[in-house]
Design a protein around this ligand. Structure first.
Ligand code: NZQ
Ligand code: ZN
Length: 479
């Protein structure tokens, strides 16, 4: 596009110059967006926001200057309001031909200006006409959480879907999506642990998707979603405050993560954890601990703040683990466990630092192939990851050893040896296996995982070096 503006003649006074159009010579026909961008954008924003065809009003601005952006936002906000007011006055005047007092005109125009907001609220409450409640296998019936939820929602149009299994399967979730489409549900409430919540994230996406739900998992990212909220009954995954979900396909023994939407709210009541079997508490604590390690045990000196938040969660889990396992009805302990699990994987401790996640990816394969509980897979694999990648993770291993396990004396190699041993001892103290052989898993599974990673061209870890061959070395180091 030729830059005609620069060569064009100008008219008007020095501080209010207008460009003359080089083709038609009109004096006010040419506007340079660069000079007038704020006004132009504000007008287009007003138009878009007042359009009845725009039912999802959002403005996204990119700027390389924070002060400019703040100034523009204030300007747009003010100007959009003024345009809205003008339109309201104009609309009222056009529909009212009789004589009206100024006060009455003001009141009527005001009402019109705010009518849009009322409509928006009505639109929101319309969303919650039909509510789909999703559950697992029945633990919430036995511990009274179901009764509490249903009592709180009395008078609403509720649809229930039961049977989302631990490690939720696409096979089951397809049924929930079909039910939700048939009943035209507008809002989802997941009542359960990470599996019910993850499954519900796929339902939320599947309800607005025409194809098969497994496509969404393979794509790794959902498109539009129906809003969802959660009532958490099992602390481990952080799914109540993150956008991730891990879905299995039983017929092919596959298990992959995808990103959906964040819950709009989550209710966390530590008393819901009182009925958890000890093994679930142990797996939940292990999962929480490894979530932190995946975001911490990577590169040193990236962020003091992230390191210390991460170490704060690790310390807390180490302190509360024996108490949570001894008495799952201890309110204070269970509330700290609940909050630790949420904060471990809600995007808080990952800001500006490299992440690993290789242990999780290998763990998902062990669950897919053997049905081993998620936290239990991590309690095994993390030890292999640390042993094999001790060189790459050297700085963080020394810091972790010193700050969490108080390991300070001796040569660096000795300190790393003792740190890896202390890490394994922690998972054993939860009553979990730390070796593949204890779970009867051996070479056949290792070969299959190596094959799958290699075939998919996967490369995980902060250095992207955990491919099929490296996954084999890690698994062999856990035998
Ligand atoms: O199905 P019900 O009857 O509810 O029983 C469940 C299930 O059998 C039971 N349970 C839950 N709350 C209970 C209870 N039993 C008694 N009292 C209660 N209050 O516990 C069993 C396990 O529940 P599940 O939801 O499977 O556990 P968890 O929260 O550990 O979720 C595991 C799933 O989450 C995925 C895992 O891969 C696995 O599929 N993850 C999700 C993540 C995420 N969304 O960000 C990250 C994690 O790393 C993880 O991968
Ligand atoms: Zn996990």
């Amino acid at each position: 596009i030729p830059n005609l503006g620069a060569k064009s003649a100008k008219t008007g006074s020095q501080d209010k110059q207008q460009y003359v159009c080089p083709f038609c010579h009109s004096k006010r026909g040419l506007s340079l967006m660069g000079l007038r961008s704020v006004s132009e954008i504000s007008v287009s924003l007003s138009q878009m926001f007042s359009s009845q065809f725009n039912d999802d009003k959002k403005a996204l601005a990119f700027s390389d200057n924070v002060q400019d952006a703040a100034h523009h936002a204030g300007f747009f906000n003010h100007r959009t309001w003024r345009f809205g007011l003008r339109t309201a006055i104009q609309e009222y005047s056009a529909t009212n031909t009789g004589l009206v007092s100024l006060d009455a005109h003001k009141a009527a125009s005001d009402a019109r200006l705010h009518a849009d907001k009322v409509n928006e609220i009505r639109h929101l409450s319309n969303l919650v006409l039909v509510l789909l409640l999703t559950f697992g296998g029945g633990s919430v019936k036995r511990n009274g959480v179901y009764d509490q939820v249903v009592a709180a929602l009395e008078g609403r149009d509720l649809v229930e879907f039961w049977g989302i299994e631990a490690n939720p399967s696409v096979e089951t979730l397809r049924e929930a999506i079909a039910l939700g489409k048939e009943r035209k549900v507008d809002f989802l409430l997941a009542v359960g642990g990470g599996s019910v919540i993850d499954g519900t994230k796929l339902i939320a996406a599947g309800l607005l998707y025409d194809g098969d739900a497994w496509d969404i998992v393979l794509k790794g990212q959902a498109g539009k979603t129906v809003p969802l909220a959660t009532v958490l009954t099992m602390s481990a995954t952080g799914s109540e405050m993150n956008s991730g979900a891990v879905i299995s396909r039983y017929e092919t023994k596959e298990k992959y993560a995808f990103y959906g939407d964040y819950p709009v709210f989550s209710i966390l009541d530590p008393e819901t954890l009182y009925s958890l079997p000890k093994r679930q508490v142990a797996c939940g604590l292990a999962d929480t601990f490894v979530h932190v390690l995946e975001q911490y045990m990577t590169t040193p000196h990236q962020s003091r703040l992230m390191d210390r938040w991460a170490e704060g969660i690790l310390h807390t889990v180490v302190e509360i683990a024996p108490k949570a396992l001894a008495d799952e009805r201890d309110y204070d302990t269970m509330s700290e466990y609940m909050l630790s699990a949420t904060l471990a994987l809600n995007d808080m401790i990952r800001m500006g630092v490299t992440q690993d996640w290789a242990t999780h990816m290998i763990g998902h394969e062990l669950t897919a192939l053997h049905g081993l509980t998620h936290g239990a897979t991590l309690a095994i694999v993390i030890n292999g990851t640390l042993r094999v990648l001790r060189g790459q993770k050297r700085g963080k291993l020394l810091q972790y050893g010193e700050r969490i396990w108080g390991i300070a004396g001796g040569s660096e190699e000795e300190r790393i040896d003792r740190t890896i041993a202390a890490n394994e001892a922690f998972f054993r103290s939860l009553g979990l296996s730390t070796r593949l052989s204890e779970e009867g898993i051996g070479e056949e599974t290792i070969a299959e995982i190596e094959r799958r990673f290699t075939a998919a061209g996967d490369r995980f870890g902060e250095a992207q070096n955990v491919d099929g061959a490296m996954a084999r070395r890690i698994l062999e180091a856990c035998l």
